[in-house]
Structures are given as C-alpha cells and as structure tokens.
Design a protein around this ligand. Structure first.
Ligand SMILES: Cc1cc2nc3c(=O)[nH]c(=O)nc-3n(C[C@H](O)[C@H](O)[C@H](O)COP(=O)(O)OP(=O)(O)OC[C@H]3O[C@@H](n4cnc5c(N)ncnc54)[C@H](O)[C@@H]3O)c2cc1C
Length: 303
C-alpha cells in the first residue's frame, strides 16, 4: 500500500482530482476486469509526466503506464504501485499539412476522424481500434492490411528519469504487434503521422466498410481486449481455436466468443483468473491438437 505522504506528494505534482486512490482497474480496461491499483495518476502534459516519473523513481515506487486499457488483463488483486494513465487528459491532435502531430493519449478513432475531415488517407484501418496512439505505437497496432509502422514518422518519448528522446520510424524496430518500447521502458508522449491527400468520399467509404466488417465479425457487444492471441505464422488463431472445438468454451464468466473464436469475452462478471485459466486451456488444447503454440497478444498486468 502507498503511504499518505507519497499520495500528498503526487497531489502536489498533479491536480488533486487527477490522483485517484484505490482505483478499480476494471473501470479503465475494455475487458472491465481488474482489482484496485494503489493509486492512479491521470497525466495532462509531458512536463507533468516527467515530474511524476522522477518522483516515483526517487522514492522507488513501481509504476505502470496505460493508455485506453484495450489490450490489458489486470490481475484480480490489482496493482501495488501507481498506474500512470496517458489518455483523454493528453489527447490533442494538430494538423500540419498532410502530417498529424498527436499527443499520446489521443484515441486512434479520433485521429482517424480528423484525418478524414482533412481529406487525408492512410489511417482508415485504425478507426475501429479502441486504443490511444501511444498504446497503438507500442503495439504497432494494425488491421485489414494496415499497420501504424506504415504511417508513423517520429515518436517522442521520455525515459524513466523524465528526459525526452526522439525516435524515427527506423529506430522504433516495429514488428508484428511489437516495437522498441516493448523492450525498453520508454513512455510515448507524442506521435507524428505522415498521411497522404485523398478523396474524402473514398476515405469515408473505406472507414464505413471496415466498421461494418468489425460489427459483423467481432463480438463488440461484450467487453474484451480484442484478439486474445497473436496470429501464429501460417495460421489464424481464431480458426485453430474453433477447429479445436473450443468455440463457446467457458470458464466462470469468461468465454471463447461464439461469434469469433479469436476473442475471449467477459460474458458475465468474469475475473482475471477466469480469463487466464481459459487462455491456458485454449493454449494447451491447440498445442495438443495442432502442435501450434499460441502466444497471448493481451498483456497481463499482475500486482
Ligand atoms: C474490440 C477490440 C478490437 C481491437 N482490435 C484491434 C485491431 O484490429 N488491431 C490491433 O492491433 N489491436 C486491436 N485491439 C487491441 C488494442 O486496442 C490495441 O492493442 C491498442 O493499440 C492498445 O492501445 P491502448 O491505448 O488501449 O493501450 P493499453 O492497453 O492501455 O496498453 C497496451 C500496452 O502499451 C503500453 N502503453 C500504453 N500507452 C503507452 C504510452 N503512452 N507509452 C508507453 N507505453 C504505453 C502499456 O504499458 C501496455 O504495455 C482491439 C481491442 C479491442 C477491445
């Protein structure tokens, strides 16, 4: 548990209403799962972020960064430390010609809308991904043939000492659902995207088509963290899980979606343990039946 003195210091660095104590993480994840974090700080700009990071390093309190919590499975026991949220308090987007300069907490849906409004093409694929551009850049989020690595030109980060560094696309070591920042504890504060001028009606048509495909195929009516497992080379995780007879397989409140076997959904009051046990059973069964290892795409945050 974090002492009152530490909370008081955080309140001096950040407005009081942006320091939350004993905060249920289920309120900050799209899975709607997760116990209490000792504290949560909702960051509004990079100077504030640097101050908080320096302070937490100095007092040796663990911290974890979240964006929109759309790729996270937080433990039922919550998190012993401080959650640093970079989301809607830090979400400005600036249009500079065909470039978009985005604060890390801006949602990809918002950025895709701004791109469309300005007749810029290249980000249609990201309109339905429910994460921030910061989280998306860390994950190299992608869909329907698009990936952020195709449009990101510059990423501004701070390190745990609160110092700023700037990376180019090449520096970022983007790969399938990964980047440099999965390996090193940098925190994304700003992302620059290079798009191209396009026809607004075509951009709109593409975005509408992709949204309809998502509604048709994905269980968007239930809380989840999207695709539970990464795509194994040469296969589709959902097809393997379905062929293993696991469609609808249930543990407690968690279920392999009946609509799309690649999604584990929180059907009814699932715990983190339900999801973890279900995922372990799916991995074991798929390995036994097809000799394929399924690697989680969802990130576990344990206390
Ligand atoms: C219904 C649904 C559909 C989805 N569809 C897709 C899809 O089509 N394609 C796809 O790629 N993903 C998809 N996802 C998964 C998810 O939306 C993406 O991975 C997204 O990029 C995560 O962004 P986030 O802001 O929610 O990150 P979070 O889940 O909050 O965090 C993810 C990781 O990034 C780190 N992180 C977050 N912000 C920062 C930051 N500013 N600096 C440093 N580290 C940070 C966190 O520590 C964590 O390790 C889907 C999820 C859902 C629920």
């Amino acid at each position: 548990m974090i002492s009152e003195a530490i909370i008081n210091s955080l309140v001096r660095l950040v407005d009081e209403e942006r320091v939350l104590i004993s905060e249920p993480m289920k309120n900050h994840t799209t899975f709607r799962i997760g116990g209490e974090a000792d504290a949560m700080v909702r960051i509004s700009d990079k100077n504030e972020l640097s101050k908080v990071l320096r302070y937490l390093s100095q007092v040796e309190i663990p911290y974890y960064i979240i964006g929109n919590g759309s790729n996270l499975l937080v433990a039922d026991e919550g998190y012993r430390g401080v959650i640093i949220e970079i989301a809607d308090k830090m979400n400005e987007v600036r249009v500079e010609g065909s470039c978009l300069v985005c604060q890390a907490g801006a949602l990809m849906s918002k950025i895709a809308r701004i791109a469309y409004e300005n007749g810029l093409t290249g980000l249609e694929f990201a309109a339905g991904i429910p994460g921030t551009i910061g989280g998306g850049t860390v994950m190299n989020a992608g869909a329907y043939g698009g990936e952020l690595k195709h449009v990101v030109t510059q990423v501004t980060v701070v390190n745990k000492e609160g110092e700023e560094l700037i990376f180019t696309n090449e520096d970022m070591e983007f790969g399938y659902r990964t980047s440099l920042i999965k390996k090193y504890p940098y925190i994304v504060t700003e992302v620059k995207l290079q798009l191209e001028e396009g026809d607004k009606s075509v951009i709109k048509e593409t975005m509408d088509d992709l949204a309809a495909r998502r509604r048709d195929k994905q269980p968007l009516e239930y809380p989840s963290a999207g695709s539970t497992f990464k795509r194994p080379e040469g296969y589709f995780a959902g097809a393997l899980i379905q062929d293993a007879g696991l469609k609808g397989y249930t543990v407690g409140g968690a279920q392999v979606s009946e609509k799309h076997s690649g999604f584990v959904i929180n059907k009814c009051g699932a715990t983190s343990a339900d999801v973890r046990n279900l995922m372990a059973h799916v991995q074991k069964t798929v390995k036994e039946k097809f000799d394929v290892t399924l690697e989680p795409e969802v990130i576990y945050l344990d206390s």
